[in-house]
Design a protein around this ligand. Structure first.
Ligand code: PMP
Ligand code: GLN
Length: 391
């Protein structure tokens, strides 16, 4: 009898700096400690039953086989019409819109499609945690430019200084996770001017496009689609998970000029091929009513205000929350711990989970700020506020 050697080869990691994401770490700790989870960004309430019905109908009708690689035409057409109405730019539904398995897949696919080994990609820190590993997997060089500490506004002098002949793309995210800031028209115009003489692509992560607050102050979502000079070089990424309270469904899309979309689809067809059919049909029919997304700012603004009113009674210093479903607070008056230790302490001892902003920086930059997610039932927010009232 021959002995079988059970030998598992040793791997050389492609992502030496990567461990488990902070969102998973904090959600696991929150569950273990019975804490209210205001860490990971996802709603704890149900989506509209009509949306579930629309998806169920599609399944019942037998729409359960592979859809077209680019997404079902009715959904692409619905997105094209909506973007044209909201942002005055018409994307061709056939050649310029592709349905993706959420924004995460959209972003990595864009990066794999356009970034060659050695190309530089600018990220504005703090930034969403998938961008940097995505660039590294493509063999690109990450160029980190800080948003201004304290205000998180873009510093166009610094961005300009970071652009070189090797710069392939810049990733912009507004409304912004984690800082909850929203780029203004002036910011977008400045970006447009800056990129005009270059071949730098824009990857515009707009997953929180329908969560922009204080419209009375003139604040609106400044999609890159509104700016012709940006739209011509942009991959615009959005996600139905955020807009319709279905983060677990993982459906989003990319809108980009036909030439950019053609390259995107070359990679898309081999990394996901297609996205689940009945959800696409369900979303397409649900989108016929604009009210669910047009009503979203008011829906979340009320929750933001409820949460802010409660936090105002603590020693946390509130930062502005202009958009997204996040609220950042300065912890200096509450604790001497660093952000990450503070979040663990808050989860364990006070029973409320938060996310340290240091998790969104390559060098774990600590500015004594943590992020809460207020996409929660009022009762969840009230329970969290009662616990935080001790601080
Ligand atoms: N970008 C940002 C800024 C996000 O906050 C998220 C949500 N976690 C994503 C992308 C990913 O979205 P999705 O869940 O659709 O993959
Ligand atoms: N976007 C969410 C957040 O920032 C969750 C993302 C995730 O779990 N990967 O909290």
């Amino acid at each position: 009898m021959t002995t079988i050697l059970e030998r598992t080869p040793t791997l050389q990691t492609k992502l030496p700096a990567v461990g488990t994401t902070i969102f998973t770490v904090m959600s696991t700790l929150a569950a273990e400690k019975g804490a209210v989870n205001l860490g990971q960004g996802f709603p704890d309430f149900e989506c509209d039953p009509q949306l579930v019905n629309a998806v169920t109908d599609a399944m019942t009708k037998g729409l359960n086989q592979y859809p077209p690689m680019t997404g079902v035409p009715v959904l692409r057409e619905a997105i094209s019409a909506k973007v044209a109405k909201l942002y005055s730019h018409t994307y061709d539904a056939n050649t310029e819109i592709t349905i993706t398995a959420g924004a995460t897949q959209a972003i990595i696919t864009v990066i794999l499609a356009v970034v060659h080994p050695g190309d530089e990609v600018i990220v504005l820190e703090p930034c969403y945690d998938s961008y940097v590993p995505n660039i590294e997997l493509a063999g690109g060089k990450v160029v980190r430019v800080p948003l201004t500490p304290g205000t998180f506004r873009p510093d166009f002098g610094k961005i300009s200084a970071a652009i070189t002949p090797r710069t392939r793309a810049i990733i912009v995210n507004s409304p912004h996770n984690p800082s909850a800031t929203v780029w203004t028209e002036a910011d977008m115009l400045a970006l447009q001017d800056l990129l005009a003489p270059t071949d730098v692509l824009l990857i515009s992560d707009e997953v929180y496009e329908h969560m922009v607050f204080d419209a009375a102050k003139g604040r609106i979502h400044q999609s890159a689609a509104r700016f012709p000079g940006l739209a011509a070089r942009a991959f615009i990424v959005s996600s139905f998970g955020k807009t319709y309270h279905v983060t677990g469904w993982k459906v989003g899309y990319v809108a980009a000029p036909a030439a950019l979309t053609a390259e995107f689809r070359k990679v898309h067809q081999f990394n996901v091929f297609t996205v689940n059919t009945p959800v696409q049909y369900g979303l397409a029919s649900y989108m016929a009513d604009a009210q669910p997304y047009l009503g979203l700012p008011a829906f979340y603004q009320r929750k933001r205000d409820l949460f802010r009113d409660g936090l105002a009674k603590t020693r946390f210093k509130l930062l502005p929350s202009e958009g997204s479903y996040f609220q950042c607070v300065d912890i200096s008056e509450v604790s001497d711990l660093d952000e990450a230790e503070f979040c663990k302490w808050l989860t364990t001892e006070i029973g409320v989970a938060a996310i340290p902003l240091s998790a969104f920086y390559g060098n774990s930059f600590d500015q004594r700020v943590v992020r809460f997610c207020f996409a929660k039932k009022d009762e969840t927010l009230n329970t969290a506020l009662q616990r935080l009232a001790r601080l």
